[in-house]
Ligand binder design. Structure first.
Ligand SMILES: Nc1nc2c(ncn2[C@@H]2O[C@H](COP(=O)(O)OP(=O)(O)O)[C@@H](O)[C@H]2O)c(=O)[nH]1
Ligand SMILES: [Mg+2]
Length: 195
């Protein structure tokens, strides 16, 4: 049932989330890393999730329902290395609020631009996931932009920052452009469905 996805709601506060009658797969990462494009490419839908070439501030938690299996939740992105203190505080507050609800999170997909080394906020996010015992995978996204040696370097950098990751299992490349990683992610999601 992974071929059916529909938009449910954009919640601008954690009080406005849909009722927790389905488990959740959450998408996180900095703004502009490609979370919306990930949803569109994964489900082969051109404009289901709005994409933007300018780093915007998606402040909402965007809920999509996948079959009758789970919600896919596009969480607010965080900025680049130099974000304002205000923006960073807002992001931390909403993430802590969301995790404190104790919703049934099956998996977190943490997207990182494969061209950049993980930032302080990537590390903060990783800590939240660990503290809350949420299973997670890191996707090195936009892999179409790199050549073989750059890809190898990106993998090394990610492993240096997050040594617990296992390549091919919890660390993978993804591209919304050429479908790298598509099959692997779909397999992972259909495994969740069987649980
Ligand atoms: N080359 C390439 N560009 C991508 C990929 N994914 C997203 N983008 C581009 O990155 C920009 C931001 O994407 P978007 O999905 O809106 O990011 P979001 O802010 O995380 O939702 C857009 O210009 C996308 O076209 C990818 O896999 N490869
Ligand atoms: Mg987006």
């Amino acid at each position: 049932m992974l071929n059916k996805i529909e938009f449910i709601t954009a919640a601008f506060s954690i009080q406005k989330l849909p009722s927790a009658n389905l488990p959740e797969v959450i998408l996180c990462g900095r703004s502009n890393v490609g979370k919306s494009s990930f949803i569109n490419s994964l489900f082969n839908r051109k404009n289901l999730a709005k994409t933007s070439s300018v780093p915007g501030k998606t402040r909402s938690l965007n809920y999509y329902q996948v079959g009758n299996s789970f919600y896919m939740v596009d969480l607010p992105g965080y900025g680049y290395a130099k974000v304002s203190k205000e923006e960073r505080n807002y992001w931390q507050k909403i993430m802590e609020g969301y995790f404190s609800l104790g919703r049934n999170i099956l998996l977190a997909i943490h997207l990182i631009d494969s061209r950049h080394t993980p930032t302080a906020l990537d590390k903060a996010l990783n800590s939240y996931l660990k503290e809350n015992s949420i299973p997670y995978i890191v996707l090195l996204n936009k892999s179409d932009k790199l050549n073989q040696s750059e890809l190898a370097k990106a993998k090394r950098e990610a492993l240096k920052t997050f040594p617990e990751l296992v390549p091919g299992e919890t660390l993978m490349f993804y591209s919304a452009l050429n479908n790298t990683g598509h099959r692997e992610i779909m397999e992972r999601l259909s495994d969740l469905e069987k649980k």
